[in-house]
Design a protein around this ligand. Structure first.
Ligand code: NAD
Length: 367
């Protein structure tokens, strides 16, 4: 059987810096765990524009469609601010998401004990937190028609339309149930069925899909109550599934319960391919951080944890993903901090590469 394939798109700013640390970890898995990937690397964002005059070359797009998973660093930077909208670095990322039809956005909110003090909530509320929000990414009010600003009588009216088909709800619900099966078999679906017809349909379809997953305990909650519960006692949740708009808000809220942007991974999944694996793009939540690019200050953990998600969700290597997450936990518990994680006085920050080396050492120690 051929090796699993991975397309790496480091991108701009700190993207290449954090991805260099992921490359070392990928090499470690090949050398120490016999887990060899066919890795190819290409350009996306501003660097692709510099090389090809477009933020994503067609050949790169074609490669992304063929591989088992894509791992992206970050795109963007002030150098490209004046470009036409269609040529901006972010368009490369949006094209990947759209053409790969990545409809399920997975945003974990995981709090490492060593960083619990970083949260704006009380330590006991967030310590040990590990939840996953699945946000529908390709439909809903951000895409529904009609939309626009129209004249009506003697004033203007702004219109957006929340629209979901049964099949759109069905497929994202299945992604969430599959995820729940790999975790603690608990799924909470959030909508506003009390005031929105799209919410009524959402609830009906999710309930119907749930019949195919009798092992999963399914609950429903209105999204506004969900926001309150996420800040009151987030540990009551395991997997949450919700629409594009509510997911946008709730996933940011949940993610920031746990601290720094430099720690947050994400995955966007689409339909299963012929080999059964979902189309998949893994990327840190953060951007290209031009303010610290090229200085060795970037925290590589968000990108490293994105690779851990790839191990788990694309390559069925849950135990190896656990190993990598534990290695990250270990170095944090040992007190290593990149500059973005510094709170206490007297602790000197480590560089991007030093953090990567420490995680590799923790991986070695795990054998
Ligand atoms: P940003 O996420 O790049 O940075 C916000 C702040 O967080 C900065 O102070 C930065 O130094 C810090 N930060 C971010 N990641 C960090 C890390 N790994 N380690 C340490 N500190 C980190 O957001 P921004 O400043 O609003 O945007 C900068 C550029 O990135 C823009 O061009 C924007 O369009 C682009 N962007 C890209 C993505 C993406 O590629 N997915 C996402 C958001 C923003």
């Amino acid at each position: 059987m051929s090796n699993p394939s991975l397309l790496i798109l480091p991108g701009d700013g700190i993207g290449p810096e954090v991805m260099a640390e992921v490359r070392r970890i990928i090499d470690w898995y090949g050398a120490k765990r016999g887990l060899v990937f066919d890795v190819s690397e290409d350009l996306v964002g501003g660097c692709a524009y510099d090389a090809h005059g477009t933020p994503l070359h067609d050949d790169t797009m074609a490669k992304a469609q063929e591989v088992d998973a894509v791992l992206l660093g970050a795109v963007g930077g002030p150098k490209y601010d004046s470009l036409d909208f269609s040529l901006k670095p972010e368009r490369g990322l949006l094209r990947l998401r759209k053409e790969m039809d990545l409809y399920a956005n997975l945003r974990p909110a995981q709090c490492f004990d060593a960083l619990a003090d970083f949260s704006s909530l009380k330590t006991d509320v967030v310590a040990g937190l590990d939840i996953m929000i699945v946000r529908e990414l390709t439909s809903g009010v951000y895409f529904g028609e009609p939309r626009g600003i129209f004249e009506e009588g003697n004033e203007r009216v702004g219109i957006n339309t929340q629209r979901y088909t049964e099949s759109e709800i069905d497929r994202v619900a299945r992604s969430a149930f599959e995820l729940a099966m790999r975790r603690n078999r608990k799924l909470c679906s959030m909508e506003k069925a009390n005031v929105m017809e799209s919410g009524v349909l959402w609830r009906e379809v999710v309930t119907e899909v749930g019949k195919d997953y009798p092992e999963v305990a399914l609950t429903h909650m209105y999204a506004d109550a969900g926001a309150m519960q996420l800040t009151r006692w987030p540990k009551q949740f395991d997997v949450i599934v919700t629409d594009n708009l509510f997911g946008d808000l709730l996933s940011d809220l949940a993610a920031m319960l746990t601290g720094s942007l430099g720690m947050l991974p994400s995955a966007s999944l689409g339909a299963p391919m012929a080999n059964g694996r979902p189309k998949a793009l893994y990327e840190p939540v953060h951007g290209s951080a031009p303010d610290i690019a090229g200085q060795g200050k970037a925290n590589p953990i968000a990108c490293i944890l994105s690779f851990a998600m790839a191990l788990r969700y694309s390559f069925d290597q849950g135990a190896e993903a656990d190993r990598l997450e534990k290695a990250v936990e270990r170095v944090l518990a040992d007190g290593l901090r990149t500059a973005d994680l510094l709170g206490q006085e007297g602790v000197a920050p480590v560089t991007t590469a030093e953090m990567g080396s420490a995680i590799l050492a923790a991986l070695d120690a795990s054998l």
